[in-house]
Write a protein that binds this ligand. Structure first.
Ligand code: FE
Length: 203
């Protein structure tokens, strides 16, 4: 039997966030090192445009963490690059994400599991969220809009490898499968990371 006090890294992160007066979920520090190089061979095939569906809401909060206490689930960090067809990283690209909670429900009243961010100077993005649940007719997916500065919006969806209903979902596209890894985080435990590099239809 142990009597020592130990806290899950996420709880420690909460303490730290509270201590510096940033308790909002979006204030958490970057949980993993971002990828060091794009997974890209020029000329790269652009990420396919996939249907927006009925649940998009504009004017989302800008934040890296989409997690809320109201909608718990299995944590995942999404990261990767936004690239051109010649594999050039795109800094300052806007990414807007929205997805269902672990039970397959969207927050249509508020902005739980919705948010946007911009790629860094290296063209990299990251978000922290939970793995979405399925809903009738749809395998697990994350909706994404991506826009390079001054360019058109790409609307697409990301998918999870090994999901039993991928093959039954007419909208599924293996070109937008996340690559899932469990990597050492900056806390104590490995972090589930979903990697995807977006390729925009730009030279
Ligand atoms: Fe959807």
């Amino acid at each position: 039997m142990t009597t020592s006090l130990s806290f899950h890294p996420r709880v420690v992160a909460l303490f730290i966030a509270a201590g510096i007066g940033m308790a909002a979920p979006g204030a958490f520090a970057q949980p993993v090192d971002l990828p060091a190089a794009p997974a890209c061979t020029a000329p790269a095939r652009p990420t396919p445009s996939l249907t927006e569906g009925p649940y998009y809401k504009p004017d989302t909060p800008r934040r890296h963490s989409l997690m809320t206490e109201r909608r718990p689930g299995r944590r995942i960090v999404l990261t990767g690059y936004v690239l051109t067809r010649s594999c050039r990283p795109v800094p300052g690209a806007w990414l807007d994400l929205w997805h269902a909670d672990s039970r397959g429900a969207y927050d249509n009243a508020g902005f739980d599991l919705r948010g946007h961010e911009f790629t860094d100077a290296e063209g990299r993005y990251w978000f922290e969220t939970i793995v979405p649940g399925e809903y009738p007719g749809r395998t697990a997916h994350i909706h994404v809009k991506v826009r390079a500065p001054g360019q058109r919006v790409l609307t697409t969806q990301l998918y999870f490898p090994g999901e039993r209903n991928n093959a039954r979902d007419e909208l599924f596209d293996r070109a937008t499968l996340l690559k899932i890894e469990h990597i050492a985080g900056r806390g104590e435990e490995p972090v589930q990371v979903g990697r995807y590099d977006f390729v925009l239809a730009m030279p």
